[in-house]
Design a protein around this ligand. Structure first.
Ligand code: FEO
Length: 399
């Protein structure tokens, strides 16, 4: 392999991570742009490595580090997060850095890393607010529990004005460039949104607490553990996180369905038309043609979520059940649900959808919208009218 390079992101602060160009599925979340596992090397009196990477990328990371220093010179390895996409390379790195202490959050990080890799590492657990002098720099640690696991923390360098944010503010986005302004904001922000919706959304309350915890810190760069580094759009991504974690949604509707003989599909189109008629932007998603992680990106913004299934074998279709299970786990707050679907002799499919949307704590102002056998123009008019009658007043209130 041609020699891999490190990239200097601030004077004496080097990116030394791994680029995962071909990752396309991260725990069921489609990563069409791949990902990166970012690690950062800080050169000071006590050389410090911030995070490692996925196990398969250990050699790539070590090669980048060796272009800068002999790894034996590393004094501290900061493990901001236990999850294996950041700690998987720790055994390899610890072996190459026999003099390093492994800094992690206590007690959660210590417990997690010990469970994964044994207790033989030279751990230095830190509490939230603790500092570590490494020479010119004094690093500060802020615990950010549940952004993304209980152990998470971020590392702040006031000297560099850099926040090493680990999972927070990340994007699954592989690139040969390291900075937000080198790849274009719309694409990066779209990936940051997908990442938030599919990974961070259940922990909005914790994100709010984390943002409060970071409020007093002055930084002009956010260096996350996935994707590109924020330097020109720090304010933009902070504003987006504040919005996303607020749970607020837009007057925007999604109509999501699967269908066997097109009746539920026809109902989905009638519901989409109803939203269009009310002046509410809407998007239609056939679950056979769209990945649920892409739909969840839209759920992050959408106040209205209509979900339809016909009845198959006395229940909703498995594709719809899988989507509803996934959405429940990601816990969007304060949404309006519209369960709908067709049936022959048993209303089980649409009723299952209603039960699942109630389990998501969605408000269901339309009740369950059903249609027996094949669609008729009158039947579809009734579907459209039912949606407009229930949603119209909510939309008027919001305007
Ligand atoms: Fe990127 Fe929670 O790991």
């Amino acid at each position: 392999m041609a020699m891999l390079r490190a990239a200097e992101v601030k004077p004496d602060v080097w990116w030394v991570g791994g680029i995962d160009w071909n990752e396309r599925n991260f725990h069921g979340y489609t990563t069409e742009r791949g990902s990166t596992y970012n690690a950062y090397l800080i050169l000071d009196e006590k050389t410090t490595l911030v995070d490692t990477c996925k196990g398969e990328f250990a050699q790539e990371m070590m090669e980048r580090i060796r272009t800068i220093i002999d790894p034996a010179e590393i004094s501290y390895i900061i493990a901001n997060h236990v999850e294996m996409d950041h700690s998987g390379a720790l055994p390899v790195v610890a072996k190459a850095c026999p003099n390093a202490q492994i800094v992690c959050s206590g007690p959660q990080g210590l417990r997690g890393l010990s469970a994964h890799y044994g207790e033989n590492f030279n751990f230095l657990p830190v509490k939230s607010g603790d500092t570590l002098s490494i020479g010119k720099r004094t690093l500060q640690f802020v615990h950010t529990p549940m952004v993304h696991w209980p152990d998470n923390m971020v590392t702040y360098s006031a000297y560099d004005k850099v926040l090493f944010s680990n999972d927070a503010f990340g994007q699954h986005f592989a690139s040969s460039k390291r900075f937000d302004d080198e790849v274009g904001l719309p694409e990066v922000m779209a990936q940051a949104k997908k990442y938030y919706a599919n990974i961070v959304m259940p922990y909005g309350k914790n994100v709010r607490a984390a943002l409060d915890g970071l409020a007093g810190l002055e930084f002009d760069m956010i260096a996350p553990s996935h994707g590109v580094i924020w330097r020109s759009h720090v304010k933009d991504v902070l504003e987006k996180y504040a919005l996303w974690c607020s749970g607020e949604a837009e007057e925007y509707a999604l109509v999501i369905y699967d269908s066997m003989w097109h009746t539920t599909e026809a109902m989905a189109r009638a519901i989409t038309e109803a939203f269009m008629e009310m002046g509410i932007p809407a998007r239609l998603f056939d679950l056979k043609a769209n990945h649920m992680s892409d739909i969840m990106t839209e759920v992050l913004s959408a106040r209205y979520v209509a979900v339809g299934s016909p009845t198959l074998n006395k229940q909703m279709m498995p594709t719809v059940a899988a989507f509803l299970c996934y959405m429940k786990g990601l816990a969007p707050e304060g949404r309006v649900g519209i369960p709908f679907g067709s049936y022959g002799w048993m209303q089980a499919g649409p009723k299952d959808v209603a039960t699942a949307l109630e389990a998501c704590k969605f408000q269901l102002p339309c009740g369950v919208i059903t249609h027996q056998w094949v669609e008729t123009p009158e039947g579809l008019d009734a579907v459209r009218d039912a949606v407009m009658a229930a949603i119209g007043p909510l939309h008027d209130e919001a305007r």
